[in-house]
Structure formats: C-alpha cells, structure tokens
Design a protein around this ligand. Structure first.
Ligand code: HEC
Ligand code: HEC
Ligand code: HEC
Ligand code: HEC
Length: 500
C-alpha cells in the first residue's frame, strides 16, 4: 500500500469516530440541557405524562411495565388456598403480581373488591387504594390522612385514576427520591433501628419501594371532623414496633388481639399477610450487603451514550447483563439455574404447608360439627393462626425465595410445625367425639374447593360484570371530564382469571 493511501485511510478511520463522538456529545449536551432546565411540574402531579415531557426515557421505560401482562391464577395452581382463605376475599380470586402498569386495573377487576353500586357500598375500605396510585398522596394532601382513610373503596373510584407514577417516588422540584406515604416514616421511627431522618441516598433507592412492598394492616382510628361528626378511619399501619421478623409481627398482632377475619370453616381468628417484601429482603445476603431494590429492579442502562435508570420495573432476569453480571462472574445460565432451584425448594415446602393447613381447617370444622367446645378448640386454633400466618408471610413476600432463601425456608419450616401441632390437638378432640378416623375431603381443583366452602361464584362474577359496565364506567367518565388521568396508562386489554 502507498504511504499516502495509508495515511488517507488511517485518517478516515480516526476522523469518522471522532466526528460521531462530537455529534453525540453535542446531542447529549442538548439532552442534558433539557433535563437540567427547571421543569414545570406541579406538586404531586399524578399524571406521569406531565413528568414524561422532561424525562422521556424514564417515562417510556416506565410504560414498558405493560409488557408483563400475563395473568397467573394462583388459586388454580394450588386450590388448597381456597380452603385456607375461606370466608375472606382471597378465596374468590387471586393472581400473581404483574407489571406496575396494571396496578389499578387489577385492583378494580378482581372479585375481591366486589361490586359496589354507589360510593358507600362494597366490601373494601378506602385503604385498598393506598399502594396503587400517585392520586393517593394527592388526596391525602387535599383531604387529610384521616379523611382519606375513611369510608368505602368506592368513595374514591373517580379520583384514583393514575397507576403508580413519578409522583409516588420523586419530588417535583428537585427530582430527588421521596417517600410520599407518612405511615412508612412513622413505622421506621417506631421500629427504631433506622429512623427515617437518617436514610441515605442508597436507602432511598429501597424505601421508595417499601411504601408498598411491605406488611401492613388497617388500624382503626376514631376521629371527629370539623363539623363535629364522628368517624372511624382505617389507617394503613406497618406492624413493626417489635421488629421485622414473622414472629415479631405475629407477636405485635397477638398483643392487640388483631384479627383480619374469622375463618369460615375452622372459626380461627386469622391473620392475612400482605407482602412483607422488605422485611424478608433485609435478612438476605443482598440486603445485608446494602444492595437496594433499585440495584436489581431498576438497572442503569445506556441509550445513545446517555445513562439512565430503567423504569421498567420487573424481573431482573430480563436484563442480567445490567444487574447480576455487574457483580457476579457466573454465566447467565448458571445464575438462572441457581434461582430456579431456589424457587423449587420454596415451592416444595410451601405446598407441604398449604396441604397440612387445609386439612387442619377441615378437621377443625368437623370437630365443631361434632360439638367440640371453644375451650377445647382454642389451643388448636391458635396453632392454625400462627401456622398460616407464617406460611403466608413466607410466600406473600414475593421474590422472598431469592431475596432471602434461608429465612423463607425457616419460616415455612415453622409454619409446617405449627400446622402439625394443630392437627395433633385436633386428632385428640376428634377422638373424644368418636371420630378418630375422620378423613378430610381431598381438594382437587379451584372450582371444587370454591364449591366446598360455599362461594356463589356465578353470582360474584355476574355482579362484578354489572359493576364494570355501570359504576366503573361512570368513574371513567367523571375522571375524563375532570381531565385528571394520563390516557397512555389506561389503554389495556381486559384480562382477568374469571372472564371468558
Ligand atoms: C405505589 C405502590 C408501589 C410502589 C411504590 C412500588 N410497587 Fe411494585 N408493585 C406494587 C403492586 C400493587 C404490584 C402488583 C401489580 C399488579 O399485579 O397489578 C407491584 C408489582 C411489582 C413487581 C412485579 C412485576 C411483574 O412484572 O411481575 C415487582 C418486581 C415490583 N413491584 C417491584 C418494585 C420495586 C423494585 C419498587 C421500587 C423501585 C416498587 N415495586 C415500587 C406496588 C408498588
Ligand atoms: C417506584 C419508584 C419510582 C417511580 C414510580 C419513578 N421513579 Fe424515577 N427513579 C426511581 C429510582 C429508585 C431512581 C434512581 C435514583 C438514583 O439512584 O439516584 C430514579 C431515577 C430517576 C431519574 C434520575 C435519572 C436516572 O434515570 O437515574 C429521573 C429523571 C427519573 N427517575 C424520572 C422519573 C419519571 C419521569 C417517572 C415517571 C414516569 C419516574 N421517575 C417514576 C424511582 C422511581
Ligand atoms: C440482588 C438483586 C435483587 C434485589 C436487590 C432485589 N430483588 Fe426483587 N427479585 C430479584 C429476583 C432475581 C427475583 C425473581 C425474579 C424472577 O423469578 O423472575 C425478584 C423478585 C421480586 C418480586 C416478585 C416478582 C413477581 O412477579 O413475583 C418482587 C415484588 C420484588 N422482587 C421486589 C423487590 C423489592 C421491593 C426489593 C427491595 C426491598 C427487591 N426486590 C430487591 C432480585 C432482586
Ligand atoms: C451490586 C452487586 C450485586 C448485584 C447487582 C447482585 N449481587 Fe448477588 N451478591 C452480591 C454480594 C456482595 C453477595 C454476597 C457474596 C459473598 O458474601 O460472598 C451476593 C451473593 C449472591 C448469591 C449467593 C448467596 C445466595 O443467596 O445464594 C447469589 C446466588 C447471587 N448473589 C445471585 C445474584 C443474582 C441472580 C443477581 C441478579 C438478579 C445478583 N446476585 C445481583 C452482590 C451483587
């Protein structure tokens, strides 16, 4: 090759990338300037599209949570659950979590929220909206916390219309991470080991999630409005005063004689675990190494030289390159195999637990039927209460099998132990009433179990459909007239486990 040709080629080879780099730096600068420009976003603006004007990458990736759209009917997977939750909404309908995009639709469409006909009817309190929408902090700001937490779920149907959004986690002026639910701040302070005022940036990358991914109950709180009228609010409260473990929280509820519902078959005063994701995560290896939820669920990604946090919150396994592989030397497949094995181990113990617990409920029902007394039954029912609480705590901490495998298996072990204790006690009672050989009926399918516990499924579904076609439509119209929702977050297909 001639020397001059070489020089020409060499300079082209050098010049082209340099030129591209200059262009890309310029573009980045323009983008950076747009980002640095002081955005005009209202305080607690619930419409994420308004924020998206300034932060398009975060907004677009946030909308991608719609890709996780599969309905997994958990009652179908394990029909024992129908028996475990007899007398409680979860026995009617329960699906595994899916993308944040569906957060409101799933809440509105589930049979658990029933079929209200006006603002004052239906089975659920207002508190059921709490972990669904940035309209919640907006309403709390407008009405006050106690007023917000008063009345029925249907009261806010036309007000809570935006799925989880930017305002749930960010300050409108500084874009800093923020906790918009005061009950989390109060709980951290009451627990004491990490008061909210001491939270560092890395903690905030977890705490924004903990507003919703934690265990809670609705604490009855009487109050008087300015007109002198008396009300009782059901205020979302985290039961952390004694600590974060399953046993600490169980003790908290026992001390207050708190009962979520009375079991329809066994008459046990039951507890329902919500989703103690944080409580269990804290005990695991990643929690102990100070990783935050965002480290795996909101990885930094690059696009045209711009680095940003992916707001497509979902399974970290969809993007292992930017999550696990930042820290781990194994291959993707090796890590996936490890995770799959952890899930299998959890499922094995969880199914053992539900099987024994379902039998315990049915045996208790038989004992009542034969005339057992409250005094005779109480010790067994206490074991059922504790056993089911522990099983639920372990499985409802979604992702717990990976976040904290040892703790999850430990709690499941103790759940199985409690359930066996209950059955031993029940067997003695059954023997006393000449039914030592009683065999509980086998649970074979969701439908069979729902019939066994006496749920009128057809009516529940037809009432629900009526609600969706009437009151629900009115909510939509009212919200559209007021212009308070982001239309891009509401154009989904109707998907539930009950519709055909
Ligand atoms: C405002 C309450 C709220 C906040 C804040 C919140 N979540 Fe969620 N999250 C939910 C609810 C409710 C669901 C279930 C949605 C459904 O099934 O419709 C969910 C679902 C999920 C899922 C399952 C997604 C899927 O595709 O299956 C993951 C993972 C998750 N959240 C992680 C996080 C992380 C990490 C954070 C913090 C960065 C966070 N969440 C913040 C309420 C919240
Ligand atoms: C569930 C909580 C949550 C929601 C909802 C949320 N964010 Fe974020 N956001 C985060 C976290 C966590 C980070 C990482 C912050 C950090 O480490 O500095 C972040 C970072 C950001 C950043 C800083 C740059 C970056 O990408 O790291 C911007 C800008 C941003 N988010 C915009 C938005 C917009 C716009 C929306 C609504 C479409 C939104 N966020 C919704 C939690 C959230
Ligand atoms: C070290 C990485 C890592 C950290 C940190 C982490 N997670 Fe996870 N999380 C995972 C993995 C892996 C899964 C299982 C995903 C799967 O099976 O597809 C998971 C599952 C979940 C699920 C269940 C999703 C579903 O559809 O069932 C939720 C909810 C969740 N995580 C929330 C959180 C929250 C909240 C935090 C912080 C308190 C957190 N995670 C911290 C890696 C992490
Ligand atoms: C920010 C760094 C970081 C990220 C991201 C991360 N890990 Fe880890 N992981 C750690 C550290 C630190 C430990 C503890 C290692 C030790 O003590 O030897 C650990 C431990 C583990 C272990 C062994 C402990 C156990 O529970 O079995 C597994 C498996 C693991 N990580 C899988 C994953 C997977 C899968 C992901 C992605 C979803 C992930 N990690 C993401 C830092 C990280």
């Amino acid at each position: 090759m001639k020397r001059s040709t070489f020089v020409t080629i060499a300079s082209v080879v050098i010049m082209v990338p340099m030129l591209l780099l200059v262009i890309s730096i310029k573009e980045n600068k323009a983008e950076q300037q747009a980002i640095n420009a002081v955005p005009e976003i209202k305080k607690l603006e619930p419409k994420s599209a308004e924020w998206g004007k300034y932060y398009p990458r975060q907004y677009d990736s946030y909308l991608e949570t719609r890709k996780s759209d599969e309905i997994k009917d958990v009652l179908k997977q394990d029909p024992n659950l129908v028996v475990l939750w007899a007398g409680y909404g979860f026995s009617k309908d329960y699906n595994a979590p899916r993308g944040h995009y569906y957060i409101l639709e799933d809440n509105i469409n589930t049979l658990r929220t029933g079929a209200p006909i006006d603002q004052k009817s239906g089975p659920m309190p207002t508190a059921c909206w709490t972990c669904k929408s940035p309209d919640v902090p907006r309403l709390i700001e407008e009405k006050g916390e106690l007023d917000f937490f008063t009345g029925k779920w249907a009261r806010w149907g036309s007000e809570i219309v935006n799925p989880i959004g930017c305002a749930d986690c960010h300050d409108n002026e500084t874009m800093k991470l923020t906790v918009t639910r005061d009950f989390l701040k109060r709980a951290l302070d009451a627990e004491g080991s990490e008061p909210f005022a001491e939270a560092k940036h890395q903690d905030m990358r977890t705490l924004v999630c903990v507003q919703c991914h934690s265990e809670y109950y609705f604490k009855k709180t009487p109050w008087t409005d300015p007109a002198g009228e008396e009300h009782t609010a059901g205020v979302v409260t985290f039961p952390w005063d004694n600590g974060l473990s399953a046993e600490d929280i169980e003790q908290y509820y026992d001390e207050r004689e708190f009962v979520d519902w009375t079991h329809k078959l066994s008459k046990t005063p039951m507890l329902k675990a919500q989703h103690p994701g944080y409580e269990t995560f804290k005990t695991g290896i990643h929690g102990k190494n100070n990783l935050a939820c965002a480290d795996c669920h909101m990885p930094y990604v690059r696009e045209g030289g711009v680095k940003y946090s992916s707001h497509k919150i979902g399974s970290p396994l969809d993007d292992m390159q930017n999550t696990c592989l930042n820290c781990h030397g194994e291959s993707e497949q090796e890590l996936k195999d490890i995770i799959a094995r952890k899930l299998e181990r959890k499922n094995e113990l969880a199914h053992t637990a539900t099987d024994i617990l379902a039998k315990a409920h049915l045996e208790a029902a038989k004992a009542w039927e034969l005339g057992a007394t409250e005094a005779e039954m109480k010790p067994a029912l206490t074991d059922i209460r504790h056993g089911q609480w522990r099983w639920d705590f372990a499985v409802a901490a979604h992702g717990g099998f990976f976040h904290a495998p040892e703790e999850t298996l430990r709690i499941l072990g103790s759940a199985i132990n409690k359930a066996h204790d209950a059955r031993l006690k029940l067997r003695i009672i059954l023997a006393k009433y000449s039914a030592a050989d009683y065999q509980a009926p086998a649970i074979t399918s969701k439908e069979q179990a729902q019939e066994l516990i006496g749920l009128p499924m057809e009516k529940l579904v037809s009432d629900k459909k009526k609600f969706l076609g009437t009151l629900r439509e009115e909510w939509n119209k009212e919200a559209a007239t007021k212009g308070i929702f982001d239309p891009k977050t509401r154009d989904m297909e109707f998907k539930t486990s009950y519709s055909k």
